[in-house]
Design a protein around this ligand. Structure first.
Ligand SMILES: Cc1cc2nc3c(=O)[nH]c(=O)nc-3n(C[C@H](O)[C@H](O)[C@H](O)COP(=O)(O)OP(=O)(O)OC[C@H]3O[C@@H](n4cnc5c(N)ncnc54)[C@H](O)[C@@H]3O)c2cc1C
Length: 211
C-alpha cells in the first residue's frame, strides 16, 4: 500500500463521477494510473501487506459510514418531529394522529436498532475481533434503516418535505447510495448467510464459533 502524489507523472484525475449523493468532499474521482512510480518513502507499512491493510480498514470504515448516515437520519427525524408538533390538521396536531405516530415510532425503532448494532460491532472491533460478520450486519441494516427513516420523515412533512424549504429531499439522495457503497445489501446478505451456514456446520461438528 502506498501514497501517490497528485502531481506524479502518469497520475490523472479523468473526471468527477456524477452521482446521487453530493456530500463527499471532493466528490468521487475517476483516476487513471499509467506507469506511475513512487519513491520508497511513499510506502505505507510493509511491502506486500497492502491487501491485508485494506481488509483491516473495511470494518471501521463501514461503521463510520453507518454513523455519518445515521446522523443524517436522526436530523431528518428531528425535522419531522418539529413539523408534526406544530402543524394542525383535522382538529389536532399531526403528531397526535395515530398513523403519523406509527411513522414516528417506526423511525425511533429504526434509529434505536441502528445505534445498538453500531455499538455492538464497535465493541467487537475494540475487543480485537475481525467484526466481519457484525459489520456486514450493521452495514446492511443501517443502510436500509436510514432510507426508511428519511422517507418517513418526508412523508410526515407533507409538501414541505418534498420542497426545497427542508433539506429532506437532499438527505434522501445522500442516503440512497449507502445501499450500494461498501458492498450492496445483496452481497452482504450473501456473505452473512454463508458465514451463518458455515458457523452452524462447524459448531455442530466441533462446538466451534467461526465468526
Ligand atoms: C460514486 C461511487 C462511490 C463509491 N464509493 C465507495 C466507497 O466509498 N467505498 C466502497 O467500498 N465502495 C465505493 N464504491 C463502489 C461500490 O462499493 C460498488 O459500486 C459496489 O460494491 C457494487 O459493485 P458494482 O458497482 O461493481 O456492482 P455489480 O457488481 O455490478 O452489482 C450490481 C448489482 O448486482 C447485485 N449483486 C451483485 N452481487 C450479488 C450477489 N452476490 N448476490 C445477489 N446480488 C448481487 C446487487 O444488487 C448489485 O447492486 C463507490 C462507487 C461509486 C459509483
Amino acid at each position: 500500500m502506498f501514497l501517490v502524489p497528485a502531481d506524479a507523472a502518469g497520475f490523472q484525475l479523468k473526471r468527477h463521477v456524477p452521482s446521487l449523493d453530493s456530500g463527499f468532499i471532493g466528490g468521487h474521482g475517476e483516476i487513471e494510473f499509467a506507469g506511475v512510480r513512487v519513491d520508497d518513502d511513499a510506502v505505507l507499512g510493509e511491502v506486500g501487506k497492502g491487501f491485508a491493510y485494506a481488509q483491516v480498514r473495511l470494518g471501521p470504515a463501514r461503521l463510520t459510514h453507518c454513523m455519518r448516515w445515521l446522523g443524517l437520519a436522526r436530523r431528518a427525524h428531528d425535522l419531522s418531529l418539529d413539523y408534526v408538533g406544530a402543524r394542525t390538521a383535522f382538529g389536532s396536531r399531526v403528531g397526535e394522529l395515530g398513523l403519523a405516530q406509527q411513522l414516528i415510532a417506526d423511525n425511533e425503532i429504526d434509529l434505536a436498532a441502528s445505534r445498538a448494532l453500531v455499538r455492538e460491532a464497535a465493541w467487537v472491533l475494540d475487543s480485537g475481533g475481525s467484526g466481519r460478520h457484525e459489520t456486514s450486519i450493521v452495514k446492511t441494516f443501517v443502510a436500509e434503516a436510514v432510507g426508511r427513516v428519511v422517507d418517513r420523515s418526508v412523508q410526515l412533512c407533507g409538501a414541505t418535505g418534498v420542497s426545497g424549504d427542508l433539506p429532506l429531499g437532499a438527505y434522501l439522495r445522500e442516503v440512497r447510495a449507502f445501499r450500494i457503497y461498501d458492498g450492496p445489501s445483496e452481497t452482504h446478505r450473501w456473505s452473512i448467510a454463508k458465514r451463518a451456514l458455515r458457523n452452524h456446520r462447524r459448531s455442530d461438528a466441533e462446538g466451534e464459533d467461526v465468526r
